[in-house]
Every structure is written in C-alpha cells, then in structure tokens.
Write a protein of this length. Sequence first.
Length: 227
Amino acid sequence: MGSCVGRPRGERPPAPRHPRKRAGRNEPLRKERPKWKSDYPMTDGQLRSKRDEFWDTAPAFEGRKEIWDALKAAAYAVEANDHGLAQAILDGASITLPHGSLTECYDELGNRYQLPVYCLAPPANLILERGSDESTEPPEPAASPRREFPLKVRLSTGKDLRLSASVADTVGQLKKQLQAQEGIEPGWQRWFFSGKLLTDRTRLHEAKIQKDFVIQVIVNQPLVPRN
C-alpha cells in the first residue's frame, strides 16, 4: 500500500518564478546617423527647442530617469561623432540596442525606450542661423569696469581652450570669440554647464560661472549635402 508525504499545515507552496523580461539580442551602436526630412524647413534654434522639450518631458511618461539621462548623454556624444563615448555610456548603464540604434532601446529590467530621430540627427532641410544672433543679442549692461578672467572651455573634440570673459558676457558673445579662435560657427556650438544647456542670451553671472570653472561645448558641424 502506497503512502504519500503531506505538506505541513500552514506551509504555502512555493510561488512560481516569473522569468525577467529581456530585450533579446544586443547590437553595437551603429555609426550611421538616421536621415530624415522635417515637414517644414526647421532652423537650428527650432531643432534645439524641440529636443529640449522632449528631454524635459520624456522621463515623466515611463522608464527610469537614470536611463533617460544616460540616453541623453549618449545622443549628444553621437551628435559630436564620439561613438566610443556613446557606446561606453550605453554599456555602463546596461542599455540594450536590438537593432544597433538609439531609436529603440531597453534597460536591464526590460523597459523600452524610444528616441525620436530629431534627437539623433538634424533634418536634411535644416536652416542654419548664421549671424542671426546679432539681432537677438541683449543690450550691454550699463557701463561698469570690465573685469576679465580666463574661462576654460572644453570642446567635444577633446581640445581645451581659454577665452577672455567677464561675468557680464553672454554665451552668444563668447561663441563669437570661440569662432574667431577656432573657426567654429556659433550655430554649431552647444554650451553646457553643470549638465544644463546655456542659451545665447544667458550671462555668465546668471549661470554663476566664475574663474576656474569648465564649460563643456558640443561641436556639431552639419554635413554639407552633395549635389
């Protein structure tokens, strides 16, 4: 006669294990940037505003903020043609790319992230705003002694420079100074301090930038289409 072994009273059966959702294969980040055309000719300023709006609102919908921050940093590295840095950022955050593109990504928990193409590359019909900042430049403050100091600027190309600046200078004015030294158009420069994008109208004292501080400058020289 057979016998069976019972489970002690009050003891619950072990809960079934649910496998963690995975994104599948992981491809290295491709160097080719997506090509796209806007529904309307877009200026560089409009493109920056559109990107800022996305990065400001994306973390509020779904996913983890630290992953969104990593994707933002990787997107800026791609725009600066530093794919090695972008790949290192993705690897450090355990972000998976099933198709080798930032347009579809997954974190280690299986959460899906999608970046629009306008965050990864400018449109084919981008309008460069060369020299347009002269008309929008804010007036100089009332005459006061100008106290200059060397401002350290670190380019995404890996080069460090020093500009002659004062706390009353605007970022737009310093972009022109950088253009005079390195030939980099103001529209190709994006200035960051403490992780925040500085607009052309921002004065150094407003951003609390002083001597010995380092400004990060992402250089994005647009590709000239071949005829």
